[in-house]
Design a protein around this ligand. Structure first.
Ligand SMILES: Cc1cc2nc3c(=O)[nH]c(=O)nc-3n(C[C@H](O)[C@H](O)[C@H](O)COP(=O)(O)OP(=O)(O)OC[C@H]3O[C@@H](n4cnc5c(N)ncnc54)[C@H](O)[C@@H]3O)c2cc1C
Length: 383
Protein backbone atom coordinates (compact mmCIF):
# COMPACT_ATOMS: atom_id res chain seq x y z
CA UNK A 1 0.00 0.00 0.00
CA UNK A 2 1.20 3.53 -0.76
CA UNK A 3 0.81 6.20 1.91
CA UNK A 4 0.25 9.69 0.47
CA UNK A 5 -0.87 12.23 3.08
CA UNK A 6 -2.18 15.78 2.82
CA UNK A 7 1.28 17.02 3.79
CA UNK A 8 2.74 15.15 0.82
CA UNK A 9 0.15 16.72 -1.47
CA UNK A 10 0.79 20.21 -0.10
CA UNK A 11 4.53 19.94 -0.74
CA UNK A 12 3.91 18.44 -4.16
CA UNK A 13 1.68 21.39 -5.12
CA UNK A 14 4.14 23.92 -3.78
CA UNK A 15 7.06 22.38 -5.71
CA UNK A 16 4.94 21.96 -8.85
CA UNK A 17 4.23 25.69 -8.79
CA UNK A 18 7.90 26.47 -8.17
CA UNK A 19 8.93 24.17 -11.00
CA UNK A 20 6.52 25.74 -13.51
CA UNK A 21 7.41 29.33 -12.60
CA UNK A 22 11.09 29.19 -11.65
CA UNK A 23 12.67 26.17 -13.39
CA UNK A 24 10.84 26.06 -16.71
CA UNK A 25 12.07 29.48 -17.94
CA UNK A 26 15.74 28.61 -17.22
CA UNK A 27 15.89 24.97 -18.31
CA UNK A 28 16.75 25.52 -21.94
CA UNK A 29 19.61 27.91 -21.18
CA UNK A 30 21.00 25.59 -18.50
CA UNK A 31 21.10 22.77 -21.03
CA UNK A 32 22.45 24.89 -23.86
CA UNK A 33 25.27 26.41 -21.80
CA UNK A 34 26.03 23.20 -19.89
CA UNK A 35 25.75 25.28 -16.73
CA UNK A 36 24.96 24.52 -13.11
CA UNK A 37 21.59 25.40 -11.52
CA UNK A 38 23.02 27.59 -8.75
CA UNK A 39 20.13 30.09 -8.88
CA UNK A 40 17.55 27.29 -8.70
CA UNK A 41 19.38 25.67 -5.77
CA UNK A 42 19.49 28.96 -3.87
CA UNK A 43 15.72 29.33 -4.19
CA UNK A 44 15.11 25.70 -3.24
CA UNK A 45 17.33 26.17 -0.20
CA UNK A 46 15.23 29.20 0.82
CA UNK A 47 12.16 26.96 0.69
CA UNK A 48 13.92 24.40 2.92
CA UNK A 49 13.82 21.85 0.13
CA UNK A 50 17.50 20.96 0.15
CA UNK A 51 17.26 19.69 3.73
CA UNK A 52 14.10 17.73 3.18
CA UNK A 53 15.62 14.34 4.09
CA UNK A 54 17.86 15.66 6.90
CA UNK A 55 16.67 15.28 10.51
CA UNK A 56 15.30 18.43 12.18
CA UNK A 57 18.02 18.21 14.84
CA UNK A 58 20.56 19.00 12.10
CA UNK A 59 18.61 21.80 10.44
CA UNK A 60 16.54 19.72 8.03
CA UNK A 61 12.81 19.20 7.80
CA UNK A 62 12.96 15.48 8.64
CA UNK A 63 10.49 14.56 5.92
CA UNK A 64 10.27 11.05 4.53
CA UNK A 65 11.64 9.64 1.27
CA UNK A 66 8.27 9.89 -0.47
CA UNK A 67 8.29 13.65 0.13
CA UNK A 68 11.69 13.85 -1.55
CA UNK A 69 10.50 11.64 -4.42
CA UNK A 70 7.45 13.86 -5.02
CA UNK A 71 9.60 16.97 -4.89
CA UNK A 72 12.20 15.59 -7.34
CA UNK A 73 9.50 14.36 -9.72
CA UNK A 74 7.91 17.82 -9.87
CA UNK A 75 11.27 19.53 -10.43
CA UNK A 76 12.10 17.08 -13.21
CA UNK A 77 8.90 17.84 -15.15
CA UNK A 78 10.58 21.07 -16.20
CA UNK A 79 14.28 20.58 -15.56
CA UNK A 80 15.89 17.14 -15.38
CA UNK A 81 19.29 18.65 -14.55
CA UNK A 82 18.13 20.56 -11.46
CA UNK A 83 16.19 17.50 -10.30
CA UNK A 84 19.26 15.26 -10.69
CA UNK A 85 21.46 17.64 -8.71
CA UNK A 86 18.84 17.78 -5.94
CA UNK A 87 18.50 14.00 -6.01
CA UNK A 88 22.25 13.48 -5.52
CA UNK A 89 22.14 15.99 -2.66
CA UNK A 90 19.13 14.71 -0.71
CA UNK A 91 19.14 11.02 -1.59
CA UNK A 92 22.86 10.29 -1.87
CA UNK A 93 24.89 12.69 0.27
CA UNK A 94 22.37 13.43 3.04
CA UNK A 95 21.17 9.86 3.18
CA UNK A 96 24.75 8.56 3.45
CA UNK A 97 25.12 10.64 6.59
CA UNK A 98 21.69 10.02 8.11
CA UNK A 99 21.84 6.26 7.64
CA UNK A 100 25.54 5.52 8.08
CA UNK A 101 26.96 8.53 9.94
CA UNK A 102 27.72 8.63 13.65
CA UNK A 103 26.71 11.62 15.83
CA UNK A 104 29.98 13.44 15.22
CA UNK A 105 29.79 12.99 11.45
CA UNK A 106 26.17 14.10 11.36
CA UNK A 107 26.89 17.18 13.46
CA UNK A 108 29.85 18.09 11.28
CA UNK A 109 28.35 17.77 7.81
CA UNK A 110 24.55 17.65 7.92
CA UNK A 111 23.80 21.28 8.92
CA UNK A 112 25.64 22.71 5.89
CA UNK A 113 23.94 20.23 3.56
CA UNK A 114 20.50 20.79 5.12
CA UNK A 115 20.61 24.54 4.50
CA UNK A 116 22.06 24.08 1.03
CA UNK A 117 25.18 26.05 1.95
CA UNK A 118 27.06 22.93 0.85
CA UNK A 119 25.96 20.85 -2.13
CA UNK A 120 26.55 17.15 -1.73
CA UNK A 121 27.04 14.24 -4.09
CA UNK A 122 28.01 10.58 -4.34
CA UNK A 123 30.85 8.96 -6.29
CA UNK A 124 31.14 5.27 -7.04
CA UNK A 125 31.71 4.94 -10.81
CA UNK A 126 35.21 4.64 -12.22
CA UNK A 127 36.18 4.78 -15.88
CA UNK A 128 37.24 1.15 -15.62
CA UNK A 129 34.35 -0.09 -13.47
CA UNK A 130 30.83 0.69 -12.35
CA UNK A 131 28.52 -2.17 -13.22
CA UNK A 132 31.18 -4.45 -11.70
CA UNK A 133 31.76 -3.07 -8.19
CA UNK A 134 34.39 -5.75 -7.59
CA UNK A 135 36.64 -3.97 -10.07
CA UNK A 136 36.61 -0.61 -8.24
CA UNK A 137 40.19 0.46 -7.59
CA UNK A 138 40.04 3.73 -5.61
CA UNK A 139 41.75 3.04 -2.31
CA UNK A 140 41.58 4.57 1.17
CA UNK A 141 44.49 3.70 3.47
CA UNK A 142 45.03 4.71 7.08
CA UNK A 143 47.51 7.59 7.30
CA UNK A 144 48.35 8.91 10.76
CA UNK A 145 45.09 9.89 12.45
CA UNK A 146 43.22 10.01 9.17
CA UNK A 147 42.87 8.37 5.76
CA UNK A 148 44.60 8.93 2.45
CA UNK A 149 42.53 8.52 -0.70
CA UNK A 150 44.02 7.65 -4.10
CA UNK A 151 42.28 6.84 -7.36
CA UNK A 152 39.71 8.31 -9.74
CA UNK A 153 35.95 8.61 -10.11
CA UNK A 154 34.04 9.40 -13.26
CA UNK A 155 30.86 11.30 -14.24
CA UNK A 156 30.00 12.80 -10.86
CA UNK A 157 26.81 14.89 -10.71
CA UNK A 158 27.67 18.31 -9.20
CA UNK A 159 31.30 17.20 -9.56
CA UNK A 160 32.43 20.74 -10.46
CA UNK A 161 30.71 22.37 -7.48
CA UNK A 162 30.00 19.91 -4.67
CA UNK A 163 31.42 20.81 -1.27
CA UNK A 164 30.83 17.36 0.15
CA UNK A 165 30.90 13.87 -1.34
CA UNK A 166 30.33 10.33 -0.17
CA UNK A 167 32.95 8.34 -2.07
CA UNK A 168 33.22 4.56 -2.39
CA UNK A 169 36.76 3.20 -1.89
CA UNK A 170 38.32 -0.11 -0.98
CA UNK A 171 40.34 -0.36 2.21
CA UNK A 172 42.38 -3.53 2.34
CA UNK A 173 41.95 -5.98 -0.51
CA UNK A 174 42.68 -5.96 -4.21
CA UNK A 175 40.18 -5.36 -7.01
CA UNK A 176 38.16 -8.52 -7.50
CA UNK A 177 36.28 -8.47 -4.21
CA UNK A 178 33.49 -6.30 -2.83
CA UNK A 179 34.07 -7.22 0.80
CA UNK A 180 36.36 -4.33 1.74
CA UNK A 181 34.46 -1.46 0.16
CA UNK A 182 33.62 1.49 2.37
CA UNK A 183 31.96 4.89 1.99
CA UNK A 184 34.13 7.91 2.82
CA UNK A 185 33.14 11.49 3.51
CA UNK A 186 35.22 13.85 1.37
CA UNK A 187 34.83 17.20 3.09
CA UNK A 188 35.35 20.05 0.65
CA UNK A 189 34.38 17.85 -2.29
CA UNK A 190 35.62 19.21 -5.61
CA UNK A 191 37.88 21.74 -3.90
CA UNK A 192 39.37 19.46 -1.22
CA UNK A 193 43.16 19.29 -1.14
CA UNK A 194 44.33 16.35 -3.25
CA UNK A 195 41.17 16.33 -5.38
CA UNK A 196 41.28 17.45 -9.01
CA UNK A 197 37.94 17.93 -10.74
CA UNK A 198 37.87 17.78 -14.54
CA UNK A 199 34.59 18.87 -16.17
CA UNK A 200 33.03 16.31 -18.52
CA UNK A 201 33.04 17.44 -22.14
CA UNK A 202 29.61 17.91 -23.68
CA UNK A 203 27.44 15.17 -22.14
CA UNK A 204 24.39 14.27 -24.26
CA UNK A 205 21.68 14.74 -21.63
CA UNK A 206 21.13 16.24 -18.16
CA UNK A 207 23.80 18.69 -19.25
CA UNK A 208 23.22 21.21 -16.46
CA UNK A 209 24.54 19.12 -13.60
CA UNK A 210 28.17 20.24 -13.49
CA UNK A 211 29.28 16.71 -14.35
CA UNK A 212 32.99 16.07 -13.63
CA UNK A 213 35.60 13.36 -13.15
CA UNK A 214 37.67 13.44 -9.98
CA UNK A 215 41.23 12.33 -9.36
CA UNK A 216 42.44 11.75 -5.79
CA UNK A 217 46.15 12.02 -5.16
CA UNK A 218 46.77 11.11 -1.55
CA UNK A 219 43.79 13.27 -0.59
CA UNK A 220 43.91 13.59 3.20
CA UNK A 221 40.61 12.68 4.87
CA UNK A 222 39.53 13.06 8.51
CA UNK A 223 40.10 10.19 10.92
CA UNK A 224 36.31 10.18 11.15
CA UNK A 225 35.73 10.02 7.37
CA UNK A 226 34.54 6.42 7.15
CA UNK A 227 30.74 6.40 7.11
CA UNK A 228 29.51 3.17 8.65
CA UNK A 229 31.83 0.21 8.45
CA UNK A 230 34.33 -1.38 6.08
CA UNK A 231 31.80 -4.08 5.55
CA UNK A 232 31.83 -4.21 1.79
CA UNK A 233 28.78 -3.75 -0.32
CA UNK A 234 26.42 -4.38 2.55
CA UNK A 235 27.44 -1.14 4.22
CA UNK A 236 26.90 0.89 1.04
CA UNK A 237 23.63 -0.73 -0.03
CA UNK A 238 21.24 1.71 1.75
CA UNK A 239 22.82 4.63 -0.09
CA UNK A 240 22.76 2.88 -3.47
CA UNK A 241 19.09 2.00 -2.97
CA UNK A 242 18.16 5.59 -2.14
CA UNK A 243 20.28 6.91 -4.99
CA UNK A 244 18.42 4.72 -7.49
CA UNK A 245 15.10 5.83 -6.08
CA UNK A 246 16.05 9.47 -6.61
CA UNK A 247 17.08 8.84 -10.22
CA UNK A 248 13.81 6.95 -10.77
CA UNK A 249 11.92 10.01 -9.49
CA UNK A 250 13.81 12.22 -11.96
CA UNK A 251 12.82 9.82 -14.76
CA UNK A 252 9.14 9.94 -13.76
CA UNK A 253 9.16 13.72 -13.90
CA UNK A 254 11.01 13.96 -17.22
CA UNK A 255 8.58 11.48 -18.79
CA UNK A 256 5.54 13.31 -17.42
CA UNK A 257 6.87 16.66 -18.56
CA UNK A 258 7.32 15.35 -22.11
CA UNK A 259 3.86 13.79 -22.38
CA UNK A 260 2.18 16.88 -20.92
CA UNK A 261 3.95 19.08 -23.45
CA UNK A 262 3.11 16.72 -26.32
CA UNK A 263 -0.57 16.66 -25.35
CA UNK A 264 -0.74 20.46 -25.39
CA UNK A 265 0.99 20.54 -28.76
CA UNK A 266 -1.26 17.83 -30.22
CA UNK A 267 -4.37 19.77 -29.23
CA UNK A 268 -3.15 22.79 -31.24
CA UNK A 269 -1.43 21.22 -34.21
CA UNK A 270 -3.66 20.57 -37.22
CA UNK A 271 -3.25 17.98 -39.99
CA UNK A 272 -5.83 16.85 -42.54
CA UNK A 273 -8.20 19.47 -41.14
CA UNK A 274 -8.19 18.18 -37.58
CA UNK A 275 -6.05 18.62 -34.49
CA UNK A 276 -3.63 15.71 -34.39
CA UNK A 277 -4.91 14.56 -30.98
CA UNK A 278 -7.92 13.24 -32.92
CA UNK A 279 -5.74 10.57 -34.56
CA UNK A 280 -5.63 7.07 -33.10
CA UNK A 281 -1.87 6.77 -33.66
CA UNK A 282 -1.21 9.81 -31.45
CA UNK A 283 -3.67 8.66 -28.80
CA UNK A 284 -2.11 5.22 -28.74
CA UNK A 285 1.37 6.65 -28.11
CA UNK A 286 0.09 8.89 -25.33
CA UNK A 287 -1.89 6.10 -23.68
CA UNK A 288 1.06 3.67 -23.75
CA UNK A 289 3.45 6.24 -22.32
CA UNK A 290 1.08 7.42 -19.58
CA UNK A 291 0.32 3.83 -18.54
CA UNK A 292 4.01 2.91 -18.32
CA UNK A 293 4.71 6.07 -16.29
CA UNK A 294 1.82 5.39 -13.93
CA UNK A 295 2.96 1.78 -13.37
CA UNK A 296 6.51 2.99 -12.70
CA UNK A 297 5.19 5.63 -10.32
CA UNK A 298 3.54 2.97 -8.18
CA UNK A 299 6.82 1.06 -7.96
CA UNK A 300 8.76 4.22 -7.06
CA UNK A 301 6.31 5.39 -4.38
CA UNK A 302 6.06 1.90 -2.86
CA UNK A 303 9.86 1.58 -2.72
CA UNK A 304 10.03 4.98 -1.01
CA UNK A 305 7.56 3.85 1.67
CA UNK A 306 9.50 0.62 2.21
CA UNK A 307 12.77 2.53 2.49
CA UNK A 308 11.19 4.70 5.18
CA UNK A 309 10.06 1.60 7.02
CA UNK A 310 13.77 0.78 7.36
CA UNK A 311 13.59 -2.16 4.96
CA UNK A 312 16.38 -3.30 2.70
CA UNK A 313 14.93 -2.80 -0.77
CA UNK A 314 17.52 -3.67 -3.43
CA UNK A 315 15.01 -5.51 -5.62
CA UNK A 316 12.27 -2.89 -5.25
CA UNK A 317 14.59 0.04 -6.01
CA UNK A 318 16.10 -1.76 -9.01
CA UNK A 319 12.59 -2.49 -10.33
CA UNK A 320 11.56 1.12 -9.74
CA UNK A 321 14.67 2.52 -11.48
CA UNK A 322 14.30 0.10 -14.39
CA UNK A 323 10.60 0.78 -14.89
CA UNK A 324 10.88 4.55 -14.49
CA UNK A 325 13.85 5.03 -16.80
CA UNK A 326 12.27 2.80 -19.47
CA UNK A 327 8.96 4.67 -19.13
CA UNK A 328 10.73 8.03 -19.40
CA UNK A 329 12.54 6.91 -22.53
CA UNK A 330 9.31 5.71 -24.15
CA UNK A 331 7.42 8.85 -23.12
CA UNK A 332 10.06 11.28 -24.35
CA UNK A 333 10.57 9.37 -27.60
CA UNK A 334 6.79 9.43 -28.20
CA UNK A 335 6.74 13.14 -27.42
CA UNK A 336 9.44 13.79 -30.03
CA UNK A 337 7.41 11.73 -32.50
CA UNK A 338 4.17 13.60 -31.70
CA UNK A 339 5.87 16.95 -32.37
CA UNK A 340 7.06 15.62 -35.73
CA UNK A 341 9.82 17.79 -37.21
CA UNK A 342 9.48 20.23 -34.33
CA UNK A 343 10.22 17.40 -31.90
CA UNK A 344 13.66 17.19 -33.44
CA UNK A 345 14.33 20.88 -32.91
CA UNK A 346 16.01 22.60 -29.97
CA UNK A 347 13.26 25.20 -30.12
CA UNK A 348 10.96 22.73 -28.35
CA UNK A 349 11.71 21.18 -24.95
CA UNK A 350 10.94 17.55 -25.79
CA UNK A 351 14.26 17.18 -27.62
CA UNK A 352 16.06 18.08 -24.35
CA UNK A 353 13.79 15.78 -22.36
CA UNK A 354 14.55 12.90 -24.75
CA UNK A 355 18.30 13.43 -24.21
CA UNK A 356 17.77 13.69 -20.44
CA UNK A 357 15.83 10.42 -20.38
CA UNK A 358 18.71 8.72 -22.21
CA UNK A 359 21.15 9.68 -19.48
CA UNK A 360 18.80 8.33 -16.80
CA UNK A 361 18.88 4.87 -18.37
CA UNK A 362 22.62 4.76 -17.67
CA UNK A 363 23.19 6.81 -14.51
CA UNK A 364 22.73 4.79 -11.33
CA UNK A 365 23.30 1.54 -13.21
CA UNK A 366 22.23 0.67 -16.73
CA UNK A 367 19.01 -1.15 -17.55
CA UNK A 368 21.01 -4.32 -18.15
CA UNK A 369 22.54 -4.09 -14.69
CA UNK A 370 19.15 -3.65 -13.01
CA UNK A 371 17.65 -6.55 -14.94
CA UNK A 372 20.56 -8.64 -13.70
CA UNK A 373 20.05 -7.46 -10.09
CA UNK A 374 16.30 -8.12 -10.17
CA UNK A 375 16.86 -11.59 -11.63
CA UNK A 376 19.50 -12.37 -9.00
CA UNK A 377 17.11 -11.32 -6.24
CA UNK A 378 14.34 -13.49 -7.70
CA UNK A 379 16.63 -16.49 -8.07
CA UNK A 380 18.01 -15.91 -4.58
CA UNK A 381 21.63 -15.45 -5.59
CA UNK A 382 23.85 -13.26 -3.41
CA UNK A 383 26.52 -11.13 -5.05
C1 LIG B 1 24.37 11.63 -16.61
C2 LIG B 1 25.18 10.72 -15.74
C3 LIG B 1 25.42 11.07 -14.43
C4 LIG B 1 26.18 10.24 -13.61
N1 LIG B 1 26.40 10.59 -12.32
C5 LIG B 1 27.14 9.82 -11.51
C6 LIG B 1 27.42 10.20 -10.15
O1 LIG B 1 26.97 11.24 -9.68
N2 LIG B 1 28.19 9.37 -9.41
C7 LIG B 1 28.69 8.21 -9.91
O2 LIG B 1 29.37 7.50 -9.19
N3 LIG B 1 28.45 7.83 -11.18
C8 LIG B 1 27.71 8.60 -11.99
N4 LIG B 1 27.48 8.23 -13.29
C9 LIG B 1 28.09 7.00 -13.78
C10 LIG B 1 27.05 5.93 -14.00
O3 LIG B 1 26.49 5.51 -12.76
C11 LIG B 1 27.68 4.78 -14.81
O4 LIG B 1 28.03 5.29 -16.07
C12 LIG B 1 26.71 3.64 -14.99
O5 LIG B 1 26.47 2.97 -13.79
C13 LIG B 1 27.22 2.60 -16.01
O6 LIG B 1 28.53 2.20 -15.70
P1 LIG B 1 29.66 2.23 -16.82
O7 LIG B 1 29.60 3.56 -17.50
O8 LIG B 1 30.95 1.84 -16.20
O9 LIG B 1 29.20 1.16 -17.85
P2 LIG B 1 29.73 -0.32 -17.97
O10 LIG B 1 29.66 -1.00 -16.67
O11 LIG B 1 31.03 -0.30 -18.70
O12 LIG B 1 28.63 -0.95 -18.92
C14 LIG B 1 28.67 -0.75 -20.34
C15 LIG B 1 27.54 -1.56 -20.96
O13 LIG B 1 27.71 -2.95 -20.63
C16 LIG B 1 26.53 -3.43 -20.05
N5 LIG B 1 26.84 -4.42 -19.02
C17 LIG B 1 27.75 -4.30 -18.01
N6 LIG B 1 27.73 -5.41 -17.25
C18 LIG B 1 26.78 -6.23 -17.78
C19 LIG B 1 26.29 -7.51 -17.43
N7 LIG B 1 26.76 -8.19 -16.39
N8 LIG B 1 25.33 -8.05 -18.20
C20 LIG B 1 24.84 -7.39 -19.28
N9 LIG B 1 25.27 -6.17 -19.65
C21 LIG B 1 26.22 -5.60 -18.91
C22 LIG B 1 25.86 -2.22 -19.44
O14 LIG B 1 24.47 -2.41 -19.32
C23 LIG B 1 26.17 -1.15 -20.43
O15 LIG B 1 25.23 -1.21 -21.48
C24 LIG B 1 26.71 9.03 -14.12
C25 LIG B 1 26.46 8.69 -15.47
C26 LIG B 1 25.70 9.50 -16.25
C27 LIG B 1 25.44 9.08 -17.69
Amino acid sequence: MIRITEDHQDIQEMVADFSDHELAPLAEQLDEEQGFPTANLTKLAELGMLGVTAPEAYGGTGADSLTAVLMIEELARNCGSTALVVSAHVFDAIRALTVLGNDEQKAKWLPGLATGETIGTFAIAEASAESDAGALATRAVKAGDGWSLTGEKTAIVSGQHAGFAAVVARTTGEPGSTSDLGLFAVSGGASATGVTATPDEAPLGTRGTGLADWTFENAALDGNALLGTEDGFRSIAPVLEASRLGIAAVALGVGRGAITYALGYAAERKAFGRSIDRFGAIRSMVAEAATALEAARLLVYRAANLLDDGKSVPRETSMAKLAASRAAYTATKSAVQILGGNGYSREYPVERMFRDAGSLEIHGGSDALHRMLVARALIGESR
